[in-house]
Ligand binder design. Sequence first.
Ligand SMILES: NC(=O)c1ccc[n+]([C@@H]2O[C@H](COP(=O)([O-])OP(=O)(O)OC[C@H]3O[C@@H](n4cnc5c(N)ncnc54)[C@H](O)[C@@H]3O)[C@@H](O)[C@H]2O)c1
Ligand SMILES: O=C(O)[C@H]1O[C@H](OP(=O)(O)OP(=O)(O)OC[C@H]2O[C@@H](n3ccc(=O)[nH]c3=O)[C@H](O)[C@@H]2O)[C@H](O)[C@@H](O)[C@@H]1O
Length: 346
Amino acid sequence: MATEAANGNNHVVVKKPPTPSPLRNSKFFQSNLRILVTGGAGFIGSHLVDKLMENEKNEVIVADNFFTGSKDNLKKWIGHPRFELIRHDITEPLLVEVDQIYHLACPASPIFYKHNPVKTIKTNVMGTMNMLGLAKRVGARILLTSTSEVYGDPLEHPQKEEYWGNVNPIGVRSCYDEGKRVAETLMFDYHRQHGLEIRIARIFNTYGPRMNIDDGRVVSNFIAQALRGESLTVQAPGTQTRSFCYVSDMVDGLIRLMEGDNTGPINIGNPGEFTMMELAEIVKELIEPSISIEIVENTPDDPRQRKPDITKAKQLLGWEPKITLRQGLPLMEEDFRLRLGVPKKA
Ligand SMILES: NC(=O)c1ccc[n+]([C@@H]2O[C@H](COP(=O)([O-])OP(=O)(O)OC[C@H]3O[C@@H](n4cnc5c(N)ncnc54)[C@H](O)[C@@H]3O)[C@@H](O)[C@H]2O)c1
Ligand SMILES: O=C(O)[C@H]1O[C@H](OP(=O)(O)OP(=O)(O)OC[C@H]2O[C@@H](n3ccc(=O)[nH]c3=O)[C@H](O)[C@@H]2O)[C@H](O)[C@@H](O)[C@@H]1O
């Protein structure tokens, strides 16, 4: 470990990052930057890929096991000379030569991450170790999409990055929130011990087109229910809050974080805070005023409040969200209408 302990000084010195592969300078490289996106076939990942592919100097490789993601989300890039899609489970090592890694692979919706909790924690721990090992070997910068769930059921509100959280280590959500906490630890240990260039984003609830229709998360549930003419299922008590960020704002924040000089963790989210009952009322008003709202049973350890303090993102990344919930919901409604085959009434 790179410490000055031998000199009697316990101060930790962060090593310089490893030198990138000499292959990067080969004349066969068409692009200036080769970027790996793990989980790139998922909701946020596929929007990130779209944005990265807009830059003609980028070559993008997606590694995904298609557990919650789909090739459909990437169909416009399949066959493109600067794009490659690999079916790969990140709990196994991956050998590729890249300059940057956006590490998103992990089921994100509670119904999916609880479906096989052992696999979820393996993805967070072994998967993140594999991606860090890859970053170390090739000298790539790596960004982890962590989560506001690292704050657990927060006792501080709004949540600042300095808050250590209130997390149940043995609950049904732990495979995900504790998994992400370990992933953050691994990122910082590789940074301190091996000099890796790391970036950590703490993402707060993000929504938008391409979410799985039966994803189980609240915004997709409410929109699908409203379009199917079903009642909106507000989980009790309905006073719990979340802050919803539109996906294009999120992608912009992730790219700024990757390109900037700060390791993070940095909260990326929209501070507009809503109770789940308020969200249901807005969806009802915007999409289908005739539907009813039903209170149903909640799941254990559901955080009672969540709202990001984004001072750091504003100061360090020059980032803040642009799209309000009332602007973003109709964009998602349009996508869901197309996929569900429910046209808007004239
Ligand atoms: N959407 C949000 O509100 C939110 C909030 C906080 C954090 N995040 C984080 O952002 C990332 C993306 O979330 P999302 O909403 O796009 O979810 P998503 O489920 O749509 O995408 C996750 C992707 O990872 C893939 N994946 C899962 N396990 C894998 C494995 N073992 N190997 C390879 N691929 C695997 C899935 O197939 C999918 O394509 C996740 O890391 C999630 O924890 C999302
Ligand atoms: O942003 C985050 O950091 C995390 O948010 C989500 O977790 P959660 O906020 O619980 O997401 P939802 O399942 O969408 O639930 C949000 C709230 O809506 C409620 N809900 C959910 C679904 C539903 O049909 N009705 C309903 O009222 C839940 O009880 C909860 O209070 C997911 O775990 C992750 O995608 C992500 O890491």
